[in-house]
Design a protein around this ligand. Structure first.
Ligand SMILES: *Cc1c(COP(=O)(O)O)cnc(C)c1O
Length: 262
């Protein structure tokens, strides 16, 4: 056993049976969280996050029941999508996208959960037109103020979504956030509450302004460490990596920017 495994609360899965067991355990926790707040467990979609996991191991996860995969980095996702092209998988990009990678997302991804600029929306629209595809999109919001420099400030989202009907190949369906990463439950919960409150405001705005093609039903929030809190606060999609695949060798700072210095 290396230190990583000793320090992590998560178990690595290396067979299809172990993956099936991990998925069942996460689904049971989702159902229990739903029951606590009177929600139907069918109202929460479990998105397995496979970043850093090899294509060979993803194959076992698919045999264990995964049908879609979330990836933080486009290049990594693209390589896996090619290696696993024989499987009927949905690929979901959940991390910040650089403009020069938009063409790859337009080519193979089914969903993009980190839209945070109109410039990127315009490039995606163009590349999707070239590919004759559409893309489900969530707008990423920075609800923590410090845990991630990506995502729009909550106060700017209303004016942002007003511009999105100009990009009809983007099927805008809701919001995504990462909660503060400091492990304080009250602060984590506050991030999720902010995202839900924002969605309610945006729904009112969409109706009042008649924004065509823009829907605000999805709240993608909650990861291995906090998905139960997110469900209590209304998550419709939880993005779960380590609780399914096991601990990651690379630190999260490889995927998320460091908190801004005070
Ligand atoms: C890695 C990642 C997750 C999943 O985190 P786990 O701790 O592995 O559950 C969720 N969302 C985003 C954006 C991620 O990059």
């Amino acid at each position: 056993m290396n230190e990583l495994h000793d320090a992590s609360p998560y178990q690595s899965a290396t067979t299809a049976e172990q993956f099936a067991a991990h998925l069942a355990a996460v689904r049971a926790r989702i159902a229990a969280a739903c029951a606590r707040v009177g929600r139907d467990s069918g109202s929460v979609r479990l998105l397995p996050v496979s970043k850093t996991v090899t294509a060979e191991r993803i194959r076992l996860a698919v045999a264990g029941g995964c049908t879609e995969l979330g990836e933080n980095k486009v290049q990594e996702a693209l390589e896996k999508s090619i290696a696993l092209a024989d499987l009927p998988l949905r690929w979901v990009i959940i991390g910040h996208l650089q403009r020069n990678k938009a063409k790859f997302v337009a080519r193979f991804a089914s969903e993009f959960q980190a839209l945070d600029s109109l410039e990127l929306a315009a490039i995606l629209q163009q590349k999707l037109q070239d590919e004759n595809r559409t893309l489900r999109v969530l707008v990423q919001v920075n609800t923590s103020g410090e845990a991630s420099k990506f995502g729009l400030e909550p106060a700017t989202v209303a004016s942002f979504i007003r511009e999105l009907p100009a990009f009809p190949r983007l099927e805008v369906r809701g919001l995504m956030t990462l909660a503060i990463l400091d492990g304080n439950e009250a602060r984590v919960r506050r991030c999720f509450q902010r995202l839900r409150e924002l969605r309610e405001q945006l729904r009112t705005q969409i109706r009042a302004e008649g924004l065509i093609g823009i829907e605000m039903n999805e709240l993608s929030m909650g990861m291995s460490g906090d998905f139960e809190i997110a469900i209590e606060e209304g998550a419709t999609i939880v993005r779960v990596g380590q609780a399914i695949f096991g601990p990651r060798a690379l630190p999260d700072s490889h995927y998320w920017p460091e908190p801004a210095a005070h």
